[in-house]
Design a protein around this ligand. Structure first.
Ligand SMILES: NC(=O)c1ccc[n+]([C@@H]2O[C@H](COP(=O)([O-])OP(=O)(O)OC[C@H]3O[C@@H](n4cnc5c(N)ncnc54)[C@H](O)[C@@H]3O)[C@@H](O)[C@H]2O)c1
Ligand SMILES: [Zn+2]
Length: 361
């Protein structure tokens, strides 16, 4: 079990990573002194899988546990679901010292964090992520959000949890597709910050895909450390440092949206976005072809897509230029100079972007 500290002065917190550590959750929470009544927001599938273990771990430390389940879909990140959860929470809250537990993937984590941020102007919450994507990314850093029909993540706040508790033992029941989706983010971390992590995935991809605990523990620890360091130096994305986490996401988001969040899931779209960002980097002379090839080979090796089909290139470009981040602004991409080193570049000619997307068809 390893403890990684995300340093934000009074709002600092630990990210605990290990395998088969769930029975230690109660003890870790107890030490934080954040409350005695756990309000666990989750979905029905995760409640069946891990509810008992969570209940046992928390009640062993004298805490009461109440579960609130929401539907297992992105639609749970809605104003309506948040309102329903808040009403239930308020009804339950009488004379209690409540803290929220986000038990699940990124959907539950974003919703539960959002609810915690606005209930009584903010109550403590902890993240217990159960997908690879949530353990390496969404549970860390305090970005909470719900969606509007006009766009994803439009309502939310940066509101940090008191603890992130990642038991990689949870990941065993994920589908291979979900593991791969999380792995796209892990590859991203390797490319932007840690060549050693990138080589580790190259050498150990089959252990990772087979959910071997030692391999999963290592990648979740390394990624948590990278994200914690970035967030503690640029929590609100002001200095530009946190922006590097968007590597592969600029066109990745456009692909995800243009595919109707259906053909390509987030990680698959990010994998394609990474390849396109590498293509742009090469066209601008920042990297040579072998670097781009090395990235492409790894993405292929882990079973993530390297080619786009079923969406038109125009649709991707249009979606990109209508992205809320770009309206009326200049384009801005996170590119790479080599594995481990990024560069942010603005005003990239449309032809270079288009050619780099075309190459993926
Ligand atoms: N806040 C952030 O910084 C941030 C960053 C990235 C993504 N996100 C958000 O995260 C969400 C995506 O998260 P996700 O990929 O974890 O998806 P998800 O939460 O929908 O989980 C994916 C699926 O896996 C199931 N699942 C969860 N844990 C499981 C387990 N251990 N075994 C078997 N099945 C399990 C879930 O029930 C669900 O069906 C999106 O809403 C995205 O916007 C947020
Ligand atoms: Zn992502």
């Amino acid at each position: 079990m390893r403890r990684i500290r995300l340093k934000l002065k009074k709002r600092s917190y630990d990210i605990i990573v290990g395998c088969g550590i769930i029975n230690r959750l109660g003890n870790c929470v107890h030490k934080l002194n954040i409350g005695a009544d756990a309000y666990v927001i989750t979905n029905p599938l995760i409640r069946i899988k891990f509810g008992k273990a969570i209940q046992g771990a928390l009640s062993k430390s004298g805490m009461s546990v109440r579960f609130k389940t929401v539907a297992d879909t992105e639609k749970s990140k809605s104003v309506e679901t948040a309102a329903r959860v808040l009403k239930d929470l308020a009804a339950y809250d009488l004379k209690k010292r409540i803290f929220i537990v986000a038990l699940g993937g990124g959907v539950v984590g974003d919703l539960a964090g959002f609810v915690a941020s606005i209930y009584k102007r903010g109550i403590p919450y902890i993240q217990v992520p159960t997908t690879l994507l949530a353990q390496v990314d969404s549970a860390i850093g305090g970005k909470t959000a719900i969606d509007l029909s006009t766009g994803k993540n439009l309502i939310g706040a940066i509101y940090q949890p008191k603890l992130v508790f990642s038991d990689v033992g949870f990941l065993k029941s994920l589908s291979l597709r979900q593991i791969r989706a999380g792995l796209a983010e892990v590859i991203k971390y390797g490319i932007i910050k840690n060549p050693g992590l990138f080589s580790f995935i190259e050498k150990n991809s089959s252990d990772i895909l087979r959910c071997k605990p030692a391999a999963l523990e290592l990648i979740v620890q390394r990624c948590s450390k990278i994200k914690a360091d970035v967030v503690s130096r640029d929590e609100k994305e002001e200095s530009g440092l946190r922006t590097i986490l968007n590597f592969g996401h600029t066109i990745g988001h456009a692909i995800e949206t243009a595919s109707g969040y259906n053909k390509f899931n987030h990680g698959e779209a990010v994998a394609l976005g990474i390849l396109i960002a590498c293509g742009i980097s090469r066209r601008l002379g920042l990297i040579k072809l072998p670097v781009e090839k090395r990235v492409g080979e790894l993405i292929k090796k882990v079973g993530l897509p390297t080619q786009i089909s079923g969406i038109s290139i125009e649709r991707i470009i249009n979606t990109h230029y209508h992205d809320k981040k770009f309206l009326g602004k200049r384009n801005r991409f996170v590119l790479i100079k080599r594995i481990g080193i990024t560069q942010i570049t603005r005003d990239i000619p449309l032809k270079i972007i288009k050619d780099s997307i075309k190459e993926r068809f």
